[in-house]
Design a protein around this ligand. Sequence first.
Ligand code: F6R
Length: 580
Amino acid sequence: MCGIVGYIGRRQAAPLILDSLKKLEYRGYDSFGIATLGSHIEIDKHKGRISEYAGGIRLNGTIGIGHTRWATHGVPNDVNAHPHMDCNNRIAIVHNGIIENYAELKKELAAKGHIFRSETDTEVVVHLIEEQYAKTPDLLSAVRGALPRLKGSYALLVIASGADCLIAARKESPLVLGIGDKEYFAASDMTPVLEYTERAIFLEDGDIACLTGNGVDIYQDARPVSRPVELIDWSPEEVRKGGFAHYMLKEIYEQPQAFFNTIQAVDKSSLPEFVCQSSSVTVVACGSSYHAGLIFKYLLEESCGVPARVDFASEFRYFLPPVDGLVIGITQSGETADTLTALRQARVHNCRTLAITNVLGSSVSRVADATLFMRAGPEISVAATKSFVAQLAVLMQIIDARSEGRYEEILLHAHEAIEEVLLMDLSAAVEQCRSAESIFYIGRGPFYPVALEGALKMKEISYIHAEGYAAGELKHGPFALLSPETPVIAICMPGETYGVMVSNIKEIKARGAPVIAVGSDGDQELPDIIDRFIPLPKTHPFVQVLTSLVVLQILAYQTAVALERDIDKPRNLAKSVTVE
Ligand code: F6R
């Protein structure tokens, strides 16, 4: 799970690639490197982040490749950083993915005399290409000859001395080509390329592309193929911070728009029949997307009486699969390996599959029978915010379609309530949280997954231990951890769950833990029994799910700011998890 970029054209490649890699750092940021091709290959690579690297990169050449890494095989250091080179420093490659059979290939190649410098799986690929390049002067043929030996996933970029081209190949890892005016780009996604062109070609699995200064040729099984050029309407401005201190804050503020745009974009009248009529639904997803699936389950069952099952995509294979039903894969990036695998398995069991994603051309749309795109725009911060709210917009539209438009008016105006909570003063709650050892989040019904998501946001960006619980579960063990240093955040909205939530809150207070309650404005009872009250606008339960989520995102954000955390790039994480 890394970011890769390649360029061929008239400009000096190194500065352009360095700048592009900064925009892909959300995919991995423990080391980076660039190789360029002028009269020969020059290479520079470093441990650490690009933004923290004080030295300059002085490499010559108008062809180049670059990489920003999230380590899987081998610790982050200068040697394991990409690009990797062959024995004679004639070929350089960057790779995103995992080569599963690298150990046996490494043994075989080492026995033939190849010198390995790094601990990475990637390095075997460049030595395999080296073997082929010794037999043919054509780099494209050499790469084509090497790839069948690889098991696993890859997006690869290759350059070589004596070859006036850049070779790109993909299998199960994302790779998009940018088509400029006599200049061409290859990258893990379009965010870095939008600066130069909005015209994109999404490579298919098994495609190998040869980019020269005059154009792009794409092959599948050695046969030329043509792939459509698509226009990407994300503006470069959208991928800039635009005056906000962090991308996460910008993206939190973009949520009303993201929700509204997505509601408008999902045309309920043209949803596939199997989405609207299936008598059972299974959702597969990871992380925040899994929480969106759980919220959907509660709302769908309550509104439409349709049973829904929600599985972690990574666990789906260990359960009895649903047969015949609808399986929805939710993934903002469209590249999460576990979600892709789960959808493939669902198809084996004759399920109809629907993907919900934010990224046009992403792998999930190739795996599922149908895809619904959210309109969140590019999300750069590692923590999901606006993509999460946009996922809910798609899911709520499905519920609305299945309920004959019962929620249409509510959904069309939901963004107004989200806007209202953006400016709330949470400083007292932040003060309580920033010194906490642990924080519990509790809720019932659809507010239970809201609690899970609030806790996930808090732990991933503030590094405070935080757990979401179904409110009724806290007394079955976690009560032992309650103390004045473990605040409990209770989402307590009017409705069916209110009375029992209040009882749960009283039980917690009786054990000495401070309670911050997220409730409905005008509540007469709650403020008297808790420590801090966060009042949200009185609205429909669907909208309260959204507003409570957003307020918990802001609480996590402000706590992380108070603790001076690295908000957009939390330690050890990356935005798109392309390994199982
Ligand atoms: C948390 C977060 C992750 C992702 C998860 C799935 O803020 O962003 O938990 O939700 O990695 O990613 P996608 O939705 O791309 O499949």
